[in-house]
Design a protein around this ligand. Structure first.
Ligand SMILES: *[C@@H]1O[C@H](CO)[C@@H](O)[C@H](O)[C@H]1NC(C)=O
Ligand SMILES: *[C@@H]1O[C@H](CO)[C@@H](O)[C@H](O)[C@H]1NC(C)=O
Ligand SMILES: *[C@@H]1O[C@H](CO)[C@@H](O)[C@H](O)[C@H]1NC(C)=O
Ligand SMILES: *[C@@H]1O[C@H](CO)[C@@H](O)[C@H](O)[C@H]1NC(C)=O
Ligand SMILES: *[C@@H]1O[C@H](CO)[C@@H](O)[C@H](O)[C@H]1NC(C)=O
Length: 893
């Protein structure tokens, strides 16, 4: 048999399909690559979803792209690349697309681009016709400022590629200047089968963190909620930042600044809280039951110096007690008995209820306290005053800007616009409570967010700045954060001054800070744009909110500002649309961002379903929400490519890292007795350390990884899985790996710093580093992808990424196992992951009932392209691996 060696020197992708094997289900439309890349700089997140799809048919075919993004985010870029041509979505004023929209509707065409799905996500979908044997690349970018709630930020990434994808990966990078205090990965994708595919890394400096999720194709069908169609779920990354400075954190670049303010040095302010609970007929059943559950818990959580009131309302208004009572144990018990008896009947008199609540709070003035009014309702006002505008007026007048009103809308029968407007007019927010089994937890969760007021009447001032986002806040709650961004007008300033004036418990407090502009401007060059975009994002959000509460000219002005900025920064907001022109048939689609609770435009009026009927949670049953259409138009040509707004971000060059050569390696045991090779550097991880550590292996473990000095000059057994006939051996030098051999069944892959050669008797393929990112080899249970400086290899159920590191003219490899089969049958130096250990006093740790001496040290993590320095417990080789060197060496690669 003739063996051909295929040299992949062409720009483009090579897809090898071995048809002789009873292969996996071949898809006519094959997603051959699906990447999600999220970069978070100081809470501002950019996420890029890239899907590459091939039409394998001999005829043209419609290819769909469908992804979910957080509701809070703005889409800022969408691009399709077909046969080398790029088609960019263009953001336009919504009205501009409106005419085309109506035309399309009149022709009966309708294809949604963005629709609301469930509580936290919106769906973006589009499709394009792809010619026979052609490919398309979809790329969607969205941006969001992560909001701090209950002491943490949450980055939610949804993955649902609609089919298992061999080249699937999620890469998350977080950069937080003051340091990350904790990082946790959760969500449906981190359960069961898939949890081993999540790797999170925190740099020793704690300023940077990485989360990588590289499930194999096999895994993508086996996880919870996943099936033939592959992954379906969220990856939730939760973290918080350190707050060494009570005055807040300041960042600036390119003439824009952002100030994050979340002091922790303040005492809780006792609160006066009145709960207004709708008990109209529509609350009957599960809703009122869940409300009772939530209220019982909330009452139990009141602080002893809080005062509280309870008002229930249907057609008429009933208070539990005519005035606020202190949350003493007896009072709380009495209130609980009252809550247990609340049942549903009658209409909905919101006006009278809110006014009564306001009255109750006002007649109980208390120095050094914070007042809060919380309204829970599931419907429109139906009795008493029912004109929503008049209710808003009455309420606004009664509250008089003295304290916030929070409105919780239960289910989808509420007039959410009304609640939102009323809340925003009174320094509060409106939140929807989704009818679901966890509605009581949603209620409690909301309450917790406002349960601990720390400051009231917060005013933030900046000298030499303009175009500030909101600078005064009625209340600041524990676990939240105040963010202000603006433009620096005076660039000659040597220091930038921030001042926050607020009322704490019984005292006025001032936080003043003066930061040298030199210290402020230390954003990495590739991220310098983000503060300006953050400012634009926040400004647009706030103008959109303001617009809700304003009238007449003011309303128009707010709207215009939000619109102008949305257009300038290419954000898809409720005021703008993204127009996507497709190559074939000159078809165009328009994407609109739906508003919370917005009804489909085809609906005339709101459909009211009595909520006491036994209906399923509304959120799942809702009709798909089409807020956009597709239309055909003659003469629309390919959209000109605007300058990408974020060109500065696309820096893929390898990051600089510390020099680490010329080390004489001691034997592992001896090196432990010598002083710790590298002191923990908390502050400057990128500086070259004075003493350099030898090449070290890291084993992931909690709370810190374990590391040991690598035995160089040996041929090492890296991973052996007898059950799947997989093995990987490598030759380690002082600089890293120079040659790694992977064997899988009859296949062999030799990876060196110059090239990689794959052979399996039928195919011989050579992949050369530094070539096109799209080089790939896909066989039945083997796939090899070459991108920039990494070779991503899956063989059976092992996925390993070989990183090519370059430094001082030296080039070496480092293998990073991204997934391996369940222990038991695996061996080798890289087999150990998630090592369990216990920290003991006196620099000792206990691994598997064995006490070993350990030094707190650090190591370069070559498993990431950025090579961060991570903190680790340094232990002898034998302790880390529970074996002798001879157990881990091989005579032949
Ligand atoms: C596509 O291939 C099938 C056979 O696989 C053949 O019957 C059909 O005629 C082909 N269509 C075109 C447009 O070439
Ligand atoms: C604020 O919340 C944190 C936990 O998130 C807690 O440790 C702290 O004590 C709280 N502060 C006050 C004043 O309650
Ligand atoms: C920022 O403020 C200045 C005046 O201080 C104004 O001229 C300018 O238009 C503002 N820029 C934006 C984007 O609103
Ligand atoms: C706080 O400042 C306000 C004016 O800014 C003043 O009226 C009030 O008396 C001060 N309160 C205390 C406790 O000092
Ligand atoms: C993710 O995007 C950032 C910013 O564009 C880029 O610097 C980085 O290299 C990308 N990461 C991956 C793994 O593609």
């Amino acid at each position: 048999m003739e063996r051909a060696t295929i040299l992949l020197t062409v720009f483009g992708a090579l897809l090898l399909c071995v048809t002789s094997l009873p292969a996996k289900k071949e898809q006519d439309v094959n997603i051959y690559s699906f990447h999600i890349n999220s970069t978070v700089n100081s809470r501002y997140a950019f996420t890029v979803i890239t899907s590459r799809v091939a039409n394998r048919l001999n005829e043209s075919k419609e290819v769909h792209f469908q992804v979910k993004i957080p509701k809070n985010a703005f889409i800022s870029k969408f691009r399709m690349t077909i046969e080398g041509k790029t088609y960019d979505g263009v953001v336009k004023q919504k009205e501009e697309a409106q005419q085309q929209y109506s035309q399309a509707v009149s022709r009966g065409e309708s294809a949604g681009l963005v629709s609301s799905v469930g509580r936290t996500l919106e769906e973006f979908k589009t499709s394009v016709t792809v010619a026979a044997f052609s490919k398309v690349t979809f790329e969607l970018t969205y941006e969001e400022l992560l909001k701090r709630r209950l002491g943490k930020y949450e980055l939610r990434i949804n993955a649902q590629p609609m089919q298992p994808v061999a080249d699937f990966k999620i890469d998350v990078y977080i950069n937080e200047h003051p340091g990350i205090s904790f990082l946790e990965v959760k969500g449906g994708l981190k359960t069961q089968e898939l949890s081993s595919a999540v790797i999170s890394t925190l740099a020793a400096s704690t300023k940077e963190a990485w989360v990588n999720f590289y499930p194999t194709r096999e895994q993508q069908t086996k996880c919870e909620g996943c099936g033939e169609n592959g992954l379906n779920g969220d990856l939730l990354i939760e973290y918080d930042v350190k707050r060494p400075n009570q005055n807040g954190e300041l960042q600036a670049s390119n003439g824009y600044f952002v100030h994050y303010f979340a002091p922790t040095d303040v005492q809780q302010i006792p609160k006066n809280v009145v709960f207004l609970i709708d008990r109209s007929g529509s609350m009957k059943g599960r809703k009122i039951h869940q409300t009772r559950l939530a209220m019982l818990k909330i009452l139990g959580d009141l602080a002893g110096d809080d005062y509280f009131g309870l008002i229930t309302f249907d057609s008429s208004v009933h208070d539990w007690k005519p005035e606020l009572l202190q949350a003493t144990e007896t009072n709380v018990q009495m209130a609980k008995s009252f809550v247990r008896e609340i049942d549903a009947r009658g209409g909905t008199n919101i006006n009278e209820a809110v006014l009564k609540g306001v009255e109750m709070i006002k007649s109980h003035p208390r120095l050094g306290s914070a007042s809060i009014l919380i309204l829970l309702t599931d419907g429109d006002p139906t009795s008493g005053e029912t004109n929503t505008e008049r209710i808003q007026e009455n309420v606004k007048k009664a509250i008089g800007g003295k304290f916030p009103l929070y409105c919780l809308g239960f289910g989808f029968d509420v007039n959410f616009d009304f609640l939102e407007k009323m809340a925003l007019e009174n320094d509060g927010v409106a939140r929807r409570i989704y009818e679901d089994s966890d509605a009581d937890l949603q209620l409690q969760g909301f309450y917790e967010e406002v349960a601990t007021p720390l400051l009231t009447d917060v005013q933030l001032n900046y000298i030499g700045a303009a175009n500030l986002t909101q600078t005064s806040f009625r209340q600041y709650y524990n676990g939240s954060e105040i963010v202000v961004a603006g433009q620096i007008t005076d660039n000659s300033l040597e220091t930038f001054q921030t001042e926050v004036i607020a009322i704490s418990k019984n005292t006025n407090v001032t936080y003043q800070d003066s930061v040298s502009t030199k210290d402020v401007a230390d954003v990495l060059p590739q991220h310098e744009n983000f503060i300006q975009r953050l400012w634009a994002y926040l400004t647009v959000k706030q103008f959109l909110e303001k617009e809700v509460t304003l009238k007449g000219e003011e309303k128009e002005a707010a709207r215009k500002k939000a619109l102008d900025l949305s257009l300038k920064y290419e954000f898809v907001t409720p005021l703008t649309s993204m127009v996507v022109t497709k190559p074939q048939e000159e078809e165009t689609q328009v994407a609109h961002k739906p508003k919370e609770g917005e009804e489909p435009p085809t609906h005339s009026g709101r459909t009211r379903v009595p909520s006491y009927s036994a209906r399923q949670p509304a959120v799942h049953k809702r009709r798909p929400h089409f807020s956009s259409v597709s239309y055909r138009q003659r003469g629309l040509s390919q959209v000109a490519q605007p300058e990408p707004a974020l060109s500065g971000w696309m820096d893929t060059s390898l990051r600089k890292f510390a020099v680490q050569s010329e080390i004489t390696l001691l034997s592992p045991v001896v090196s432990l007795l010598s002083p710790v090779a590298m002191p923990t550097q908390a502050e400057q991880p990128k500086k070259t350390p004075t003493t350099l550590p030898p090449v070290r292996f890291l084993i992931s473990a909690q709370p810190k990884p374990i590391c040991y000095n690598a035995p160089v000059g040996h041929k090492l057994r890296l991973l052996l899985d007898t059950s799947s006939d997989f093995s990987m051996n490598g030759e380690l030098s002082e600089k890293g790996f120079q040659l790694i051999a992977v064997h899988y069944k009859t296949a062999k892959l030799l990876v060196s710093p110059t090239e990689s050669v794959y052979s399996d008797g039928e195919n011989n393929v050579k992949l050369i580093w530094g070539q096109s990112a799209a080089n790939r080899l896909e066989l039945d249970s083997v796939s090899v992808f070459l991108r920039d400086n990494e070779l991503d290899v899956t063989m059976g159920s092992v996925r390993v990424v070989f990183l090519l590191h370059k430094k001082d003219g030296d080039v070496f490899l480092w293998p990073s196992i991204r997934h391996q089969p369940k222990k038991a049958k695996t061996q080798g130096i890289l087999e150990k992951t998630d090592l369990q250990y216990e920290e003991l006093p006196g620099s000792k740790i206990k691994i598997m009932d064995q006490e070993v001496m350990a030094h707190l040290s650090s190591a370069f993590d070559y498993g990431l392209p950025a090579v961060p320095t991570v903190e680790c417990w340094l232990v002898p080789f034998q302790s880390a691996l529970q074996g002798e060197l001879s157990d881990f060496t091989v005579s032949q690669l």
